[in-house]
Design a protein around this ligand. Structure first.
Ligand SMILES: Nc1ncnc2c1ncn2[C@@H]1O[C@H](COP(=O)(O)OP(=O)(O)OP(=O)(O)O)[C@@H](O)[C@H]1O
Ligand SMILES: [Mg+2]
Length: 328
């Protein structure tokens, strides 16, 4: 069996070069002796998976992807198109969905992550008032909360489309959810999630960077136009939760660093409780974003992500991570 190769998105302006955002990772991979191929992310998201993978050589064996987020249905088409060329993505479509979407990982991490409920977008993206009231009830009915979808929040529009000061104010919940759904538009992934708000340790900062641009090229932070975290704390100040991003491969932490929104922050999370949960999830390559509780009572899992589409912070040494991936 050959060593795994990596797939990067191609530069939309030059299909024979990696997308400029991933060029440095591609260079590090080359330096550590890894093989790489390019895929057309735009074609993939336009439903043309076979065209997206046409630069990938036939029968090239095991593959990891490192690039922009891919909706779960498109990832499944991606995996099928690659399998049709005799290549296999080491993260299956089912594994990708479990790590990438909150309902996929929540059951395993419940108790270690803020309590959460969700409303699948079956018919309309925007839940009706009864559905919202029932979801609020399931979440305990009162207290502050966060709104997001199965994958992303609108943390850059914190007061407008992310933070709910009081769940008991159903009209306010409805307004924040409606604005969130409107801003997500066609990018709304899966459905609406409500999470109990918890106070995390925060660092001062400007916190007010712009959010993602309108393109389909988005990552779990570290990619889109923004660069700073949630634009505001509970009281409306300009501080952001300090998160550590832990990169796990086969149940072992292979890289521990800051979240890409706070690249300069040191990160030294206690992994004792998280390690068995990552193993229980059973996905080979995932990230966990961890924040420490403001009252000092320990670390919480803010979210889980698929390692293939999680952003790396600027300036981090990725050689160990990439070496591990091609040895996996
Ligand atoms: N339950 C919570 N309690 C307090 N703060 C929260 C909670 N959930 C999220 N946050 C804050 O909001 C930010 C955005 O939330 P989250 O990480 O879930 O969304 P995201 O848009 O997927 O982010 P990323 O850019 O990491 O992909 C977090 O970084 C954290 O600071
Ligand atoms: Mg996050």
């Amino acid at each position: 069996m050959p060593a795994p190769a990596l797939l990067f998105p191609a530069d939309p302006l030059n299909p024979h070069r990696p997308d400029p955002h991933f060029a440095w990772e591609a260079r590090v991979l080359r330096d550590v002796g890894g093989e790489q191929y390019l895929v057309d992310h735009d074609a993939l998201l336009a439903g043309r998976a076979d065209e997206a993978v046409r630069q990938v050589p036939r029968d090239c064996g095991p593959l990891w992807y490192r690039g922009w987020m891919i909706p779960s249905a498109d990832y499944a088409a991606f995996a099928r198109a690659l399998a049709g060329r005799g290549a296999n993505l080491l993260t299956s479509a089912a594994g990708y969905a479990s790590a990438h979407e909150l309902p996929g990982w929540y059951g395993v991490f419940e108790g270690a992550t803020p309590p959460s409920v969700w409303i699948p977008a079956r018919t309309a993206a925007r839940p009706g008032p009864e559905e919202l009231a029932a979801a609020v009830e399931r979440l305990g009915g009162r207290g502050p909360a966060i709104v997001k979808d199965y994958v992303k929040s609108r943390k850059h529009e914190w007061h407008e489309a992310c933070y709910v000061p009081e769940l008991a104010d159903l009209a306010a919940v409805g307004r924040v959810v409606a604005r969130f759904v409107e801003l997500q538009g066609e990018y709304l992934a899966g459905g609406v999630v409500l999470r109990r708000y918890e106070e995390f340790h925060r660092a001062g900062g400007d916190g007010g960077a712009s959010g993602p641009d309108g393109s389909r090229r988005r990552s779990k932070s570290g990619g889109e136009g923004g660069g700073a975290g949630a634009a505001g704390s509970r009281g409306g100040g300009n501080e952001r939760a300090v998160e550590a991003r832990v990169w796990w491969l086969d149940g072992e932490p292979v890289l521990v660093g800051p979240h890409p929104d706070t690249p300069g922050q040191p990160a030294d999370p206690d992994l004792t409780e998280v390690r068995p949960l990552v193993r229980a999830l059973g996905c080979r390559f995932v990230t966990t974003d961890l924040a420490s509780r403001a009252d000092g009572s320990g670390w919480r899992v803010v979210e889980v992500g698929d390692g293939q589409v999680s952003g790396l912070p600027r300036g981090i040494d990725a050689s160990g991570l990439l070496t591990s991936l091609i040895a996996a």
